[in-house]
Design a protein around this ligand. Structure first.
Ligand code: NAI
Length: 603
């Protein structure tokens, strides 16, 4: 189906490649054009002795087959010498496979300090030292691929391998962080969890099974993780017998163990809730520590809300039907010319659905139609009418009904002093009144211009993380012109009738040359572009979005949405073509799945 994947011009270091898995990787890399450093201390299975023989044998084997390889006999604890061999022989290093390993299996009760130390040294410290020596080269050339070798004994534990399990789990932590630190320099780090027939497993695994566990069956997975075409980073890949799968660390949804923010956690509450703490039926995976932190902030929110339950609640109610939903879709540029958008425009279409950003309109309405901000801030010096929409987060929790009575509740979260301006964080939740179901939740960052400098805090635990777009050229771009009536139309479909969007005098009064388009209208355009490109327009695949409104758009300008895919996260940036000004930045949409339509792939 496709052309052969090659490693011509690449320099690869494979530690412990005199035997077993390392040898299989080295032979495979060399067969596909890489220049390989065969590192092996030539020690025994338990780390005793040393020899040049095994490394030399593999170099001979590669050379006889027409490949290029040099030997290195240092221990991985002298990782700098191994990397120096690559630089001296080939002038660079592109790929590092940390594979060398030994065993000192003992039950914990019999384990000596030496048994512990030697295993930590060879596996964890040795991998760190070799990687640390290669790291500056990777950073300088803005390219590097790293593999760490972990083990099922780390993921699941294994009797007699406390030292080994600990070291192998340490490598997963090391890889997790290096995959983040390396990102800006195009360095990817992944972990392989192999099961192979080698001298390490000989006599432990039944002989018939051992024979089937051929190291050559794992080598292609390691090679793929190191190929330029592979985007994987920060992953744990398990492989054996010609099978491969990805492993994740997941966490249960958990449960809040107290009612109010000022309550303690009692031991009895822990006992009574233990089955919920440990219920894995809704376990979830966090891609980043920031996502996990955002989830924990949700705990603070819930506690604060329940503490405020006796206080006034701020909410607005709306009713809409399919006509409102269609008008909204039209006002963010959906067209019957695009087959992926027909479902948002025709109520009798089999897949008729509400565009997933529809409920984003209710947040600002509830925030500014209630007295929430006034009551929460208690600051007469702030001109509430001078607020600008700074950032927006929206998560859709359930399929949006095509008609409903909804109630949107808003909560004041924080005020930040960002120098000249004050940033106010407001959370919004929209419920379907009849079912009581929460359909969406989000956050508005409203910027009150000139209201900063009051000596307040600069950061908040409520801030939702934002990400810079990747440095590479965009994976996809969609360009669409807005109409001069865009804001006039969007005012009516969104309910945001602020005259700033239509009245030239009001626009001038608040510092703009002419009326500007609603940020949420431009955002609707961009999210449509993302959904069309990466989800075939399917609203069910939308999970959440986050965006910053950097500059205004003038109705009639052309929007260019540049998109980058990183797993299920689509980073995007929107620019006005006429002025080449980024207008929506630090933006992403998370999708539940990727479905690239034929239509998009032809663009
Ligand atoms: P192996 O014993 O066949 O190969 C390991 C090689 O590393 C040997 O040639 C050895 O001389 C070399 N080595 C040992 N200490 C070294 C040091 N300090 N510096 C440089 N080289 C050194 O073992 P195998 O099975 O190929 O293991 C490769 C890696 O895979 C190891 O890290 C091991 O822990 C890991 N692993 C293997 C599994 C298996 O089923 N074979 C399961 C899980 C992990």
């Amino acid at each position: 189906m496709s052309s052969e994947l090659r490693f011509d011009g690449k320099v690869v270091v494979v530690t412990g490649s005199g035997a077993g898995l390392g040898r299989a990787y080295a032979l495979a890399f060399a067969a596909r054009g890489a220049k390989v450093v065969i590192n092996d201390l030539g020690s025994g299975r338990h780390g005793d002795g040393s020899s040049t023989k095994v490394a030399d044998q593999v170099v001979d084997e590669i050379t006889k087959n027409g490949g290029i390889a040099v030997a290195n006999y240092d221990s991985v604890l002298d990782g700098d010498k191994i990397i120096k061999t690559a630089i001296d022989a080939f002038g660079k290093i592109d790929i590092l496979i940390n594979n060398a390993g030994i065993l000192r299996d003992k039950s914990f009760v019999k384990m000596s300090d030496n048994d512990w130390n030697i295993i930590q040294d060879v596996h964890l410290k040795g991998s760190m030292k070799t990687t640390h020596a290669a790291w500056p080269y990777f950073r300088k050339q803005k390219y590097g691929k790293i593999i760490f070798t972990s083990s099922n004994a780390a993921l699941y534990g294994n009797f007699g391998q406390a030292n080994y399990s600990a070291a192998k789990m340490g490598l997963i932590g090391l890889a997790n962080t290096l995959s983040i630190e390396g990102q800006s320099s195009n360095i990817s780090t992944n972990v392989i969890v192999p099961t192979a027939g080698s001298r390490l497993t000989e006599g432990i695994v039944p002989p018939d099974f051992w024979k089937e566990l051929k190291p050559e069956l794992i080598a292609p997975i390691v090679l793929w993780l190191c190929h330029d075409d592979c985007q994987e980073n920060g992953s744990i890949i398990e492989s054996a017998l010609g099978w491969a799968g990805k492993c994740h660390i997941v966490r249960s949804n958990g449960v809040i163990l107290r009612k109010n923010i000022n309550d303690p956690v009692t031991l009895e509450a822990v006992r009574d809730n233990w089955s919920s703490v440990t219920d894995m039926s809704n376990a979830q995976r966090f891609e980043t520590i920031a996502e996990e932190a955002a989830d924990l902030m949700g705990v603070v929110d819930k506690l604060s809300q329940s503490s405020q339950q006796t206080d006034k609640t701020y909410s607005v109610k709306h009713t809409y039907n399919f006509k409102d939903a269609i008008l909204y879709a039209l006002s963010i540029g959906a067209s019957i010319k695009d087959p992926r958008e027909f479902r948002y425009l025709y109520e009798s279409n089999d897949n008729f659905s509400v565009f997933p950003t529809y409920y984003v309109v209710y947040g600002p309405l509830a925030a500014f139609e209630t007295t929430l901000i006034h009551d929460s801030l208690q600051r007469d010096d702030i001109n509430l009418a001078g607020a600008v929409h700074g950032e927006q987060y929206l998560k859709v929790l359930k399929t949006i009904p095509v008609e409903a009575n909804v109630e949107t509740r808003v909560y004041f979260q924080d005020i930040l002093d960002k120098g000249r301006h004050a940033f106010v964080l407001i959370k919004h939740e929209t419920y379907e009144v009849d079912s009581g179901d929460k359909i969406s939740e989000g956050q508005i960052v409203a910027i009150f211009q000139g209201a900063g400098g009051f000596g307040g805090k600069k950061k908040s635990i409520h801030e939702i993380p934002s990400y810079e777009m990747p440095k590479r050229k965009a994976d996809f771009t969609v360009i669409q012109k807005t109409s001069v009536e865009q804001a006039a139309f969007y005012r009516l479909t969104s309910g945001d009738t602020n005259p700033l969007h239509i009245d030239p005098d009001v626009a001038k009064m608040v510092g703009f040359k002419q009326p500007i388009q609603h940020g949420l209208c431009s955002l609707g355009f961009s999210v449509r572009h993302v959904l069309n490109t990466f989800a075939s327009g399917d609203s069910k695949l939308f999970d959440c979005l986050r965006a910053r409104f950097s500059k205004p758009v003038i109705p009639g300008q052309t929007l260019k949405t540049d998109m980058w895919r990183e797993g299920n996260r689509i980073h995007f940036q929107t620019t006005t073509v006429e002025t080449n000004t980024p207008v929506i930045t630090f933006a992403h949409v998370d999708l539940k799945d990727i479905k690239i339509s034929e239509f998009a792939s032809k663009l």
